[in-house]
Design a protein around this ligand. Structure first.
Ligand code: APR
Length: 236
């Protein structure tokens, strides 16, 4: 397609694409995530042990979305979505809403969304109210205090895996942006796409844990590199 020869693209994004918007990444130099160990806030066991802590943590992150905006990398992917005539699937591990606020539509949230909740009483997925700490009622069954963040925690099954695996098998270009390659299954997508014959490109601030698996790697800020990559692809 166009001068590039590619038809079908899968883009995987991680916390690094939102870093320049002011959303903290997970694996900072201190190993903490906004002052918490990941195991204390992002596992079903943590929620069982201390639901108030976990709800307060996600309530704060949901509230913080109002103070951040999409950056040039999100906008470039939305531009790609609008202009690319072939197949495209943007798979984000991020639970923020910056891709969709930039205008991307052909995308899935494999680790859930801060702005969604689900009811532990009836299973209904729904828009999250601003805070879950105060035990709001489920929009479907009316139970109070049973909504949890619709976030995929460690030990839980990521969403949309059938669709993602089909897209990986069919794509001829796989691009990973702003992810450390530390968390599976997302960290294994590059091997899957390569296995099926795709060209693979990493765009990250620094070499990821799986950088050697990619055909090509570009290291620097997503806000600089993603618009350049998208521009070249659309003009190629
Ligand atoms: N541009 C590009 N890459 C960046 C930038 C930037 N401006 N800033 C940071 N990065 C890179 C970092 O170098 C790091 O390799 O983004 C990566 C972010 O890695 P993580 O913090 O580990 O985030 P991610 O890979 O998305 O984590 C995966 O782990 O905690 C779970 O479920 C959570 O979805 C998350 C998953």
């Amino acid at each position: 397609m166009r001068g590039t020869g590619f038809q079908s693209i899968v883009v995987l994004t991680g916390a690094g694409i939102s870093a320049e918007s002011g959303v903290p990444t997970f694996r900072g130099p201190d190993g903490l995530w906004e002052g918490h160990r990941i195991e204390d806030v992002a596992t079903p066991q943590a929620f069982h042990r201390d639901p108030a802590l976990v709800q307060a943590f996600y309530d704060a992150r949901r509230a913080a979305l109002a103070r951040v905006e999409p950056n040039a990398a999100h906008r470039a992917l939305a531009w790609l979505d609008a202009e690319w005539p072939g197949d495209l699937l943007i798979v984000t591990q991020n639970v923020d809403d910056l891709h969709e606020r930039a205008g991307a539509a052909r995308m899935v949230h494999m680790h859930g969304e801060l702005k969604r909740a689900f009811c532990l009483a009836c299973g209904e997925r729904q828009a999250a109210p601003d805070t879950l700490s105060d035990g709001p009622a489920c929009a479907r069954c009316g139970a109070h205090g049973r909504l949890r963040p619709d976030i995929v925690w460690f030990g839980e099954m990521p969403y949309h895996m059938d669709r993602i695996e089909a897209a990986l098998a069919a794509c001829d270009l796989f691009v990973s942006i702003g992810t450390s390659g530390a968390v599976y299954p997302a960290a294994g997508f590059v091997q899957g796409a390569r296995h099926y014959g795709a060209h693979t490109l990493e765009i990250n601030l620094e070499p990821s844990e799986g950088t050697h698996v990619f055909h090509e790697a570009r290291h620097g800020r997503a806000g600089d590199l993603v618009p350049l990559w998208v521009g070249a692809l659309l003009e190629g």
